[in-house]
Design a protein around this ligand. Sequence first.
Ligand code: SF4
Ligand code: SF4
Length: 73
Amino acid sequence: MSSESEQKMPYIKIDKERCKGCLLCAEVCPKKLIKISGKTNKRGAIYVEAGKGCTACAMCAVICPESCIEVYK
Ligand code: SF4
Ligand code: SF4
């Protein structure tokens, strides 16, 4: 038996140390899930964080110039 809540939802992982805070990912996400964290990484950039509700469309991962987003589904 399976229920909706037991099924794994898609999500992304952002390598915050490689993120340069360009916000291209935030602009392309159709669900507007990616937001500026307000926190600074070791390279001095304000990195981004993702909220819940990802559809694994991978648009953020494709556009990221630093290739620091991985999509899981
Ligand atoms: S994979 Fe798609 S829905 Fe998920 S965070 Fe990236 S752009 Fe948004
Ligand atoms: S596109 Fe990549 S480098 Fe730019 S803010 Fe998003 S995760 Fe960071």
